[in-house]
Design a protein around this ligand. Structure first.
Ligand code: HEC
Length: 431
C-alpha cells in the first residue's frame, strides 16, 4: 500500500462522493497550486535571493550533516538527515500567524495528487509534482525558473494504487534527483532542469512505481512502491555522478531455489510459508530514509505484503520478515544491521478468518463468507469500504439494531477503529 488507506476513519481524505462539488473543487485547487505564504510586513526575510545561476543546489555531505544550523535552507527531505522536519525559524510565531496572507502562487498545471515537500536551496525552490515532473521557482517571487517533464506514459497510471504522486526530490553537488512513476531515477542539472543521467531501477514488466523522495547519503538512494501488485520490495543506492548501481537491499526473500542474496534474506525466508515469491511478497519502500552519521546507519520502513491476505501470501503463518518493519542498513555497503517489525505477519485481516474468542469475536467469514457473500447474513460483496466501516460503527454505537443484528453488534463493539477499517478494507477491496 502506498498511501493513507489504513489511517483511522477520521483522518481519511474525503472521497468525491462525500464532498459537495464546490468544496471538492476548492480542495483540488488548493493541492494543485504551490502557495507562497508570507507574513505581511516581514517579506520572508529568511529566504535568500535566488542564486540558481551561480551555485545551484551546492549541497554536500558536510552541509547536509550540518543542516540543522542552516535554517534558511531546506536541503533534504525532512530538512535534516534525521528528518525531524522542525524549522527553528522564529519569524512566523503563534502571535503573528493570524497575519499570514497570500502573497502569490504558482500553478502546478495538473489536477492530480501532489505529495511533495519542496526543497529550498539558496533561494531556489525545487519541487516534484504529479507524474514525477519537477519544477524550480525563485522562492521569493514565485517566478518559474525551469520545468522538467519526466514524460511518464500515462497508460502506466493503472500501476498506481494511489494516484501518480511523487514525494519529493533530492539535491547533491549541482544535481536534483527524482524517481519517476515508471521506475527511473533521473539526475537533473540544478541550473537548467536538463537531465544529466537516467537509470531504470525496476523490471519494467512488473507493476513497480517510484514515488519516494530519493535521499543522498554518499550515494543516491531510492526505493520502489507497488505492493498492491506482484512486486518484491527493495531499496537501491546509485553513484551520484554516474548513475551506476552500488548496492541493493531486498526487503523480502525471493525464490529459495535460486539462492539468497544475503544472510538477512536467509533469515527472513524462515518466516515465510507456501510459494510467496510467486506473488512478489511486497514490503516496498516508498517513504524517505533517514540517516545517523555517527552510527553510519540508514533507516527506512518497508510496507505491506503482496498479496494483502496472509492466507494466500504465506499460508496464514509466519512473521513474514521484513514486512511492516523498520530496517537499519550500513550506509556504505547496504548490509543489514537490525530490524524492528511493527506488525508480525502483517496480518491486518486476521479477524476476517480467525476468531478472537478472548474478546468474544467470531470470524466475519463464518457468517459473511471469505468473499463477502453467504446466505444468512447481508452481502458485503460489492459494498464500499466506507459503507462497511460506517455500518460497523453504527452497530457498535447502537444506532443500528434489530433482532438479527445482536451478534454483529457484540462483535462491532469489540473492534478498534483500526480493526474496523482493516476488515472493511478487506471486504470493500480497499476502495
Ligand atoms: C454470527 C454471524 C455474524 C458475524 C460473525 C459477523 N456478522 Fe456481520 N452481519 C450479520 C448479520 C446477521 C447481519 C445483518 C444485520 C442487519 O440486517 O441489521 C450483518 C450485517 C453486517 C453489516 C451490514 C451490511 C449491510 O448491508 O448493511 C456489516 C458491514 C457487517 N455485518 C460486517 C461484519 C464484519 C466486518 C464482521 C467481522 C468483524 C462481521 N460482520 C461478523 C452476521 C454476522
Amino acid at each position: 500500500m502506498d498511501h493513507n488507506r489504513r489511517t483511522s476513519p477520521t483522518e481519511r481524505p474525503l472521497s468525491q462522493a462525500e464532498v459537495p462539488t464546490d468544496r471538492l473543487h476548492l480542495v483540488v485547487r488548493a493541492v494543485t497550486a504551490l502557495i507562497f505564504c508570507f507574513v505581511f510586513g516581514f517579506a520572508a526575510g529568511a529566504i535568500e535571493p535566488a542564486r540558481a545561476a551561480e551555485s545551484a543546489a551546492n549541497v554536500d555531505a558536510a552541509r547536509l550533516i550540518g543542516a540543522d544550523q542552516d535554517p534558511a535552507n531546506w536541503m533534504t527531505y525532512g530538512r535534516t538527515y534525521c528528518a525531524q522536519r522542525f524549522s527553528p525559524l522564529a519569524q512566523i510565531a503563534a502571535d503573528n500567524v493570524n497575519l499570514l496572507g497570500l502573497a502569490g502562487y504558482a500553478d502546478f498545471d495538473v489536477d492530480r495528487g501532489q505529495e511533495a515537500t519542496p526543497l529550498i536551496i539558496e533561494g531556489v525552490m525545487y519541487v516534484s509534482i504529479a507524474w514525477s515532473n519537477v519544477r524550480a521557482f525563485d522562492a521569493k517571487t514565485g517566478k518559474p525558473l525551469w520545468f522538467y517533464d519526466a514524460k511518464v506514459p500515462r497508460r502506466l497510471g493503472v500501476r498506481g494504487c494511489c494516484d501518480a504522486v511523487n514525494r519529493g526530490v533530492a539535491a547533491w553537488k549541482g544535481k536534483i534527483f527524482v524517481g519517476t512513476f515508471d521506475g527511473r531515477l533521473v539526475a537533473l542539472d540544478a541550473k537548467t532542469g536538463q537531465p544529466v543521467w537516467s537509470v531504470m531501477t525496476v523490471d519494467p514488466d512488473k507493476a513497480y512505481t517510484n514515488r519516494m523522495a530519493p535521499r543522498v547519503i554518499k550515494r543516491v538512494m531510492i526505493g520502489v512502491a507497488g505492493s498492491e501488485y506482484d512486486v518484491r520490495g527493495y531499496i537501491s543506492a546509485y553513484d551520484a555522478e554516474t548513475g551506476a548501481l552500488a548496492w541493493r537491499f531486498y526487503t523480502v526473500p525471493g525464490d529459495p531455489s535460486k539462492g539468497f542474496e544475503n544472510e538477512a534474506m536467509e533469515m527472513a525466508a524462515k518466516t515465510w510459508h507456501g510459494e510467496w515469491w510467486k506473488m512478489g511478497g511486497g514490503g516496498t519502500v516508498w517513504v524517505a530514509t533517514s540517516y545517523d552519521p555517527e552510527l553510519n546507519l540508514i533507516y527506512f520502513g518497508a510496507g505491506n505484503g503482496s498479496v494483502w491476505n496472509q492466507h494466500y501470501r504465506s499460508d496464514s503463518r509466519g512473521d513474514n520478515l521484513f514486512l511492516s518493519s523498520i530496517i537499519a542498513l550500513n550506509a556504505d555497503t547496504g548490509a543489514y544491521v537490525w530490524h524492528y517489525q511493527a506488525l508480525p505477519g502483517e496480518e491486518w485481516i486476521r479477524l476476517v478468518f480467525a476468531a478472537d474468542p478472548a474478546r468474544g469475536i467470531a470470524p466475519c467469514s463464518a457468517c459473511h463468507g471469505p468473499g463477502g457473500y453467504k446466505l444468512g447474513a447481508r452481502a458485503l460483496q460489492h459494498q464500499r469500504t466506507t459503507y462497511i466501516e460506517s455500518q460497523l460503527l453504527a452497530f457498535a454505537q447502537g444506532m443500528r439494531q434489530n433482532d438479527i443484528s445482536e451478534q454483529v453488534r457484540t462483535i462491532a463493539r469489540q473492534l478498534t477503529p483500526e480493526e474496523m477499517h482493516a476488515v472493511a478494507a478487506y471486504y470493500g477491496g480497499g476502495l
